[in-house]
Design a protein around this ligand. Structure first.
Ligand SMILES: [Zn+2]
Length: 58
């Protein structure tokens, strides 16, 4: 299964990234800029805020 290739610059274009809430485990998709290692996110479910860390892809 292959996803459609993004035509935008992969370095700067926000990516739809699947995250899970460290507090309640809720999954969500966020627009996480590709060049950014952390993402400040507020959970819509438990209303806590987190500094999420990206896993290195390579
Ligand atoms: Zn939560």
């Amino acid at each position: 299964m292959s996803e459609p290739t993004l035509s935008k610059d992969p370095v700067t274009a926000p990516q739809r990234t699947r995250i899970s809430c460290p507090g309640c485990g809720r999954n969500d998709y966020v627009s996480w800029p590709a060049g950014q290692d952390t993402f400040h996110w507020k959970c819509f479910n438990c209303h806590k805020q987190f500094e999420l860390h990206r896993k290195r892809a390579h």
